[in-house]
Design a protein around this ligand. Structure first.
Ligand code: NAP
Length: 337
């Protein structure tokens, strides 16, 4: 290992929270290093249309917004590393961050903005046929379903927003929802109910995804139906479809921090109102710690706030040792660096 410089702040993650933390930390002259993760831009990068980010009354696509976030963060000096973090050691200070690309960094402060990943249905056929008719990204794959019939699973904002987008391509979109009431916002419900291409399977769940071909005959598999269960009648039947888009919520990407940061029963990193985690000097922002709002604008705001707190922590560190800060929190001394 070569002699390392100690970074002032490392930001882990490149969604709205990460880039905004970068912007604020850069403008505070902290020269932050942002490590993107392997899904650059996070969930918004695979969002079709963002209509509710203030300042853009006409709306813009998710990838366009991500590009603007990145440009603005870089303009003020955020250094962006396309790599993903495989290990952190928060038990010693400066903290240690290792990446898949074989880099090892040390940092005085860390902002965790690793976001969340789409939840899987966990039914037979889902994993095998991902990319062959099963998708989590209407923006990426909608085009392949021109004039086809598709199923969208879920009853939240994502299911309806992406379902509406898919009507631009598909002949028919059937929303399969496990209850008979939607969780999605009223405006999206109104739009979906008015759209003649959208049909509904209330109180239904997908039990299996079925495909044809793909078994050594030289042709790739192709989704042909889903096996549905009507939860009210218990009837199980096959429903023909060319594709399945799954929008059933998200799981926070917190595995990297297990055993080092306090994580709640649902997997979210626990923070206080100022975005401090259980380890002084480590902050968290965006969907890794927020199960309530989960909007682009709230994640961006939390990223800004976390960066401001990191700046405050670094100023404190100029007058005190890390051990003294830990002692003030009633915590044990870290392993010597
Ligand atoms: P969500 O609000 O958590 O909704 C998930 C949906 O999937 C719910 O309807 C849920 O059913 C269903 N579900 C969960 N697990 C399931 C399973 N195992 N099998 C079948 N169905 C299952 O997730 P989201 O729609 O991805 O939205 C996440 C957040 O982003 C929300 O805060 C949302 O407001 C926000 N968002 C906002 C916009 C916008 O403002 N335009 C767009 C997209 C997302 P139940 O209803 O029965 O629980």
């Amino acid at each position: 290992m070569t002699e390392q410089n100690v970074e002032k702040v490392i930001i882990i993650g490149s969604g709205p929270a990460g880039y905004t933390a970068g912007l604020y930390a850069a403008r505070a002259n902290l020269s932050p290093l942002l490590i993107t993760g392997n899904e650059i831009g996070g969930q918004v990068a695979i969002t079709t249309e963002v209509e509710n980010y203030p300042g853009f009354p006409e709306g813009l696509t998710g990838p366009e917004l991500v590009e603007k976030f990145q440009q603005q963060a870089e303009k003020f000096g955020t250094r962006i590393l396309i790599d993903w973090v495989t290990e952190v050691d928060l038990k010693q200070h400066p903290f240690v961050v290792r990446t898949a690309g074989g880099e090892e960094f040390r940092a005085l402060a860390i902002i965790v903005a690793t976001g969340a990943t789409p939840r899987r249905l966990g039914v037979p056929g889902e994993k095998e046929y991902t990319g062959f008719g099963v998708s989590y990204c209407a923006t990426c794959d909608g085009f392949f379903f021109r004039d086809k019939e598709i199923v969208v699973v879920g009853g939240g904002d994502s299911a309806l927003e992406e379902g509406l987008f898919l009507t631009k391509f598909a002949r028919k979109v059937t929303v399969v929802h496990r209850r008979d009431q939607l969780r999605a916002s009223k405006i999206l419900q109104d739009r979906a109910f008015k759209n003649p291409k959208i049909h509904w399977k209330w109180s239904h769940v997908v039990e299996r995804i079925n495909a044809a071909g793909g078994e050594g005959n030289g042709t790739p598999p192709k989704v042909v139906s889903v096996t549905l269960r009507n939860l009210k009648t218990n009837e199980v039947y096959d429903f023909p479809t060319d594709g399945v888009f799954v929008y059933i919520g998200h799981i926070p990407n917190s595995d990297l921090f297990r055993g080092q940061l306090e994580i709640d029963a649902e997997g979210y990193v626990v923070t206080d109102r100022k975005f401090h985690t259980s380890v002084p000097g480590v902050f968290a922002a965006g969907e890794i710690q927020d199960k309530v709002f989960r909007q682009v604008v709230t994640s961006a705001g939390q990223g800004a706030a976390a960066a401001m707190q990191a700046e405050k922590f670094l100023a404190e560190l100029e007058n005190k040792s890390y051990a003294e800060i830990l002692a003030e929190h009633g915590l044990a001394e870290p392993v010597a660096a």
